[in-house]
Design a protein around this ligand. Structure first.
Ligand SMILES: [Zn+2]
Ligand SMILES: [Zn+2]
Length: 275
C-alpha cells in the first residue's frame, strides 16, 4: 500500500530511551531498506528518559531544547554528506500538552522551524504521573481522570498548532481507566474531539507501537475509534513510533486497523511541506 511508504514518527538516539544506533544516517538507511520514501524524525519535548523519571524533572527539562537542535544539525549534515539520497527526511517534534496549566497550551510555547508538529499527552492531567507509570486508580477516581483528560484534550486540539495527535487514546486506554473504547459515554466524548480535529485539520496518528501497549480488550475496540474519526471527517497518518532500527517502517497492527475501519486513500494523508 502506497500510504505505508511513509513513517511520521521515528525517535532518535537523542531521546535518552531509544537504541543508541538511532542516528540520522542509520535511520535513513533502515527506512530505505523498509521501502519508505518519507520519514519524520523527531524527539520528545520535554525529554522523557531515565533522567526525567519524576514528572518534576521532566517539567524542569522543558528549558532544554538541545536534542531538537541536534536533530536539525544532523539532518543537514547527513544531507550534505549524501546520506539522505532516495528518502525524504523531515524534522519533527513530539511536544507534550502542558498537564499543569490544562489550558490547551504546549510545553514548548513556540514550536517553530519544524516540518511536522505532533502533539501528545504523556502525563496525567494535573501532572501526577506519566501514562506509562504503574498507576491504579479506584473506579470513581478513574472516571474523574477520564473526564478531566477529555476536557483537557478538547482545549489542546482547539488551540495547538499541530499536524497530528500522537497515539490517540493512549493515556486512558493503556492504564485501565476505561475497559473498552466503545463503552457507554466514551465514544460520544471522542466524537467531540474528532469534530475539532476535522475542523482544524489535525490528523489522527495510527501508531504501531500503541497496539502493543493497549490491553487486549481495549485494543480490540480501537477500530471503533478509528471508524468514528473517519465518519467525522478526520484524516489519518501512519507512524511506527520506532525506537530501534528494526522497527522503522514495520507495520502490522496499522494495516489491520486500516482494513477493519475501511480507510481508503482519501482518508490517509502525508504530513509536512509538499515536495
Ligand atoms: Zn509518544
Ligand atoms: Zn513517540
Amino acid at each position: 500500500m502506497e500510504w505505508l511508504e511513509a513513517d511520521h514518527h521515528i525517535h532518535t538516539a537523542y531521546s535518552g530511551h531509544s537504541d543508541p544506533a538511532m542516528t540520522i544516517p542509520r535511520i535513513a538507511r533502515e527506512a530505505k531498506k523498509a521501502g519508505l520514501r518519507k520519514i519524520v524524525v523527531l524527539e520528545h519535548f520535554p525529554e522523557i528518559s531515565p533522567k526525567t523519571k519524576m514528572v518534576a524533572d521532566w517539567r524542569e527539562s522543558a528549558k532544554d531544547t538541545s536534542a531538537l537542535e541536534a536533530i536539525a544539525r544532523d539532518i543537514s549534515e547527513s544531507d550534505a554528506a549524501g546520506n539522505l539520497k532516495g528518502i525524504r527526511v523531515l524534522r519533527g517534534i513530539e511536544v507534550d500538552a502542558d498537564p499543569f496549566a490544562l489550558d490547551g497550551s504546549l510545553m514548548l510555547p513556540k514550536a517553530e522551524g519544524f516540518d511536522v508538529v505532533v502533539v501528545s499527552a504523556h502525563v496525567f492531567p494535573g501532572g501526577g504521573a506519566f501514562w506509562f507509570d504503574n498507576v491504579t486508580l479506584p473506579p470513581t477516581a478513574a472516571r474523574a481522570t477520564v473526564e478531566r483528560w477529555f476536557d483537557w484534550m478538547e482545549k489542546v486540539l482547539a488551540s495547538a498548532a499541530a499536524h497530528s495527535l500522537a497515539h490517540p487514546g493512549d493515556l486512558i486506554g493503556a492504564r485501565g481507566l476505561i475497559g473498552r473504547f466503545d463503552e457507554p459515554g466514551i465514544l460520544s466524548r471522542f466524537g467531540k474531539l474528532f469534530d475539532i480535529m476535522a475542523d482544524r485539520g489535525i490528523a489522527f496518528e495510527l501508531n504501531e507501537l500503541l497496539g502493543r501497549k493497549l490491553p487486549d480488550d481495549v485494543r480490540e475496540s480501537y477500530p471503533s475509534l478509528v471508524r468514528l474519526a473517519k465518519s467525522r471527517g478526520v484524516r489519518f497518518c501512519v507512524a511506527t513510533d520506532a525506537h530501534r532500527p528494526d522497527a522503522i517502517g514495520q507495520y502490522t497492527w496499522v494495516p489491520a486497523l486500516i482494513r477493519e475501519a475501511d480507510l481508503g486513500s482519501k482518508d490517509i494523508v502525508e504530513l509536512g511541506p509538499s515536495d
